[in-house]
Design a binder for this molecule. Structure first.
Ligand code: NAD
Length: 495
């Protein structure tokens, strides 16, 4: 293991826990001792909690041997580097290792953003270099992206994949393309939230609450960007954007850049989208005033992903009159409700001639969601929004009323994540199964984006993207060719 920083120390622990003898090298001797101290402390906390025996800790630490010279790595069968993220430094290091280790030694890089093809270009044997992208903290997070460059030998990829499985990890295979799988497909999670905010659709706390309480995501995009660091998150967006020759799909946000210019880097600087100084007031999500609880509703057609609302209404002792014709609408006195299809409520009210239209956003599970986001058409009279809020409140849900934002918050985010995933799979970056595994394991999404698209229906996803495209005239919303192909072929991403 070369580099004993945050990642190197963690990866050394993972390999040692799997029984491998590990040689650990760092340019700085103090980094080596600090890494071993940190690892010991971390493991001893596990002993304290009864998760590990002291004997196991001693044995594990006994397998990690700090070494003073790079030449001491000569016996290694696998060398993983986690040094600073600089192409030239990493290239120089691998060139040196080629001269030290045997010809069958596999060379792996933990780079998050550099091209594996470029890293291998100056080697005598580029076929033995591979990406082994761990996530932080490496001993805890199971995902590893096993990244092949243009020259990487398939046998090397197979060997690293099999090793990762033996180490108790969840490896996925990726082709070396900017952002690999997770850092590329996750971009819209931040970008769509930033766009809704920039357009004045909703505020930070409401967007975060919507994606957590209705979308089922572990963290909202703004609190997550604050945790990662605005500068780091922006740099990743920038590097993917630059690497794709400024493809609008990956365009970073001006608003985020402004935050960085102001020094609001997130938790680490005490302020980002939120203020972390002790005693500072925390913004709260918008909460609709209590509206009238309906005693009877009419449901027309199929509500699609929102079908669970019908049972929930019956469970709340609200009489449901069901007519299985027409597109999905819920009608209460004073309002007509529909799940967003990517059009604004105002446009849809005009096109469909429904003056009291109120749109509601997607939820991961309409039965369990504790919050629902709604928006009224400009044409709708004021009581319409109260009537719509009253319906969801009668089901025990908090309601956030936002501005009339196309695709509201969750549907547009999920569709754009699915579109990014479809583009990656279509371009041969990874398989559909590995894509979803990576997004669940690497960033904790409640569903893989492709499984989510399958669940809500590919027609719905493509329609929403087309509507967003029409609304903004922005190339970023163009549907991925693989999404259309699956749609026209009557197939799903996971058959
Ligand atoms: P870090 O700064 O904590 O550690 C880097 C270590 O490498 C330092 O101890 C430094 O002394 C040492 N080093 C630098 N040049 C060296 C050289 N030529 N030879 C030997 N040692 C050298 O960095 P980190 O956060 O552990 O990141 C390391 C790598 O892992 C980077 O490529 C980064 O992009 C990648 N990565 C980081 C994360 C993360 O969340 N931190 C996640 C995944 C991947």
């Amino acid at each position: 293991m070369v580099g004993a920083g945050t990642m190197g120390a963690g990866i050394a622990q993972v390999a040692a826990a799997a029984g491998h003898p590990v040689l650990l090298f760092d340019l700085r001797a103090d980094a080596l001792s600090a890494a071993l101290d940190r690892t010991r402390q971390g493991l001893e906390r596990l002993v304290g909690r009864g998760k590990l025996s002291q004997n196991a800790v001693d044995a594990l630490l006994g397998r990690i041997r700090p070494v003073e010279r790079l030449e001491d790595l000569a016996p290694a069968a696998l060398v993983i580097e986690a040094i600073s993220e600089e192409l030239d430094s990493k290239r120089r290091l691998f060139e040196q290792i080629e001269g030290i280790c045997g010809e069958h030694t596999i060379l792996a890089s933990n780079t998050s953003s550099l091209s594996i093809t470029a890293l291998a270009a100056t080697l005598r044997h580029p076929e033995r270099l591979i990406g082994m992208h761990f996530f932080n903290p490496a001993p805890v997070l199971k995902l590893i992206e096993v990244v092949s460059g243009l020259a990487t030998a398939p046998a090397v990829a197979d060997c690293i994949h099999a090793s990762a499985v033996r180490w108790g990890k969840q490896p996925v295979r990726a082709r070396s393309t900017p952002g690999f799988i997770v850092n590329r497909i996750a971009r819209p999670y931040y970008a769509e939230a930033l766009r809704v905010l920039e357009a004045g659709g909703a505020d930070v706390a409401t967007i975060d609450a919507a994606l957590k309480e209705a979308g089922g995501f572990r963290m909202g995009p703004f609190e997550l960007m604050d945790l990662i660091g605005q500068d780091i998150n922006f740099a990743v967006s920038r590097s993917v954007f630059d690497a794709y020759f400024h493809d609008p799909r990956y365009r970073p946000s001006r608003l985020q850049q402004e935050l960085i210019e102001a020094g609001r880097l997130g938790r680490k600087s005490g302020r980002g989208f939120y203020d972390y100084h002790p005693g500072s007031a925390q913004p709260v999500a918008r909460e609709a005033r209590p509206g009238p609880a309906p005693t009877q509703v009419s449901v027309y057609g199929d509500l699609g992903p929102a079908e669970a609302l019908v049972a929930a209404l019956a469970g709340a002792e609200i009489a449901v009159q069901r007519t299985m014709i027409g597109p999905g609408f819920i009608v209460v006195p004073g309002a007509t409700l529909a799940l967003t299809d990517g059009r604004s409520a105002t446009r849809r009210a005009a096109e469909e001639g429904i003056a009291d239209l109120v749109l509601f956003d997607l939820a991961l599970d309409f039965a369990k969601a504790s919050r629902i986001v709604i928006a009224a058409a400009d044409q709708a009279p004021a009581p319409a929004i109260e009537a719509a809020a009253g319906l969801f409140q009668a089901l025990g849900k908090a309601v956030s009323v936002i501005d009339d934002s196309p695709g509201l918050i969750i549907l547009r985010t999920v569709c754009m994540l699915a579109n990014a995933a479809a583009a990656a799979v279509g371009e041969g970056v990874c398989s559909a199964a590995d894509c979803d595994t990576a997004m669940r394991g690497g960033v904790n999404y409640p569903l893989g984006p492709l499984a989510w698209a399958d669940a809500i229906g590919l027609t719905r996803v493509a329609t929403a993207l087309d509507h967003l495209y029409e609304c903004y005239g922005d190339e970023r919303y163009r549907a991925a060719p693989l999404l259309r192909r699956k749609l026209y072929g009557g197939r799903r991403f996971h058959e």
